[in-house]
Write a protein that binds this ligand. Sequence first.
Ligand code: SAM
Ligand code: SF4
Length: 330
Amino acid sequence: MNYLLDNHGRPISYLRLAVTDRCNLRCFYCMPEEGINYVPKPHLLTWEEMERVVRLLVQMGIDKVRITGGEPFVRRGILEFLERINTIDGLRQINITTNGVLTAPLVPDFGRLGIKSVNLSLDTLDRQRFFDITRRDEFGRVWETFEALQAHNIKTKLNAVVMSGKNIEDIIPMAELTRIHNVSVRFIEEMPFNGDGAHEYQEFWNYRKILDELKKHYPGIYKLPDPAASTAYHYQIPGHKGTIGIIAAFSRTFCGTCNRLRITPQGQFKTCLYDDGVFNIKDLLRQGLSDEVVQSRVFEALQHRAKDGFEAEGQRKAGLVSESMSTIGG
Ligand code: SAM
Ligand code: SF4
């Protein structure tokens, strides 16, 4: 087993791989409604290139991969890709983040594909608000995915971005899901990754405000220990089966233990969510470089990693973050 460390002594063991920038929803916080410039197909990493990258990183010490996007299930060939990476020695965990629109019929295959944990994005339990946020009337199919995940005992985290004027009334109903479901409901601060730049709000719902809202309704809510390198603060409501997570994604309180690398659909290698890519791994593969040379570029990039998301954002060549999260993967 190899261990990969960055220049701040943080172990790096987790890759978030965005396999497409295409999506079948248009979430307000992630993408503009129209005028999206998808990456032309030849500029996307192919499945074969992605498999090679995963193999090389696993050899270096990565043992967990999250498949994300865009919406991973809109890209043809995803199931075969999952099947292939499931055979990579040393890859302990393959997880997926999905919007759930196309996912329900695939859930029975997840066990065979090695997918033990799924993050399902769901910001509201109300069909109209779902439409207002995602600009598509797909609440029904997403809920079917939630039910299928529960029925197949797949570990499930529900991700809800908390936004003033959009879904504040959903905080308590979503927290209520933990009463009878063994699910982790995670409330996420909105970040300005929407293809446009920061939204203007009367109030920004940061992690403290989200916790205060939960405490008003559940005075007994208590803190749980957070697993190593977790981005969420974990809580439990007494008597509930599931748990609550709060993710300070914009406040960036978790950078000190960050163990993640990211690769975008066009091959940008990111050592921080807030950087704008430190090199392009697709270009290296297409130059015909050996495994060793590609791995040495990865290693080198990790020796210049920003200490936190504020430093990474300050070092960007392209100015403050505003690109769509569908081109990064979350
Ligand atoms: N399409 C899939 C989905 O929605 O689950 C995977 C990709 S999506 C970019 C990954 C995660 O990023 C989702 O949970 C989504 O809620 C979150 N996300 C997207 N834009 C965000 C933003 N501006 N601020 C906070 N979270 C965001
Ligand atoms: Fe699509 Fe996910 Fe972005 Fe929503 S958050 S637009 S589902 S990529």
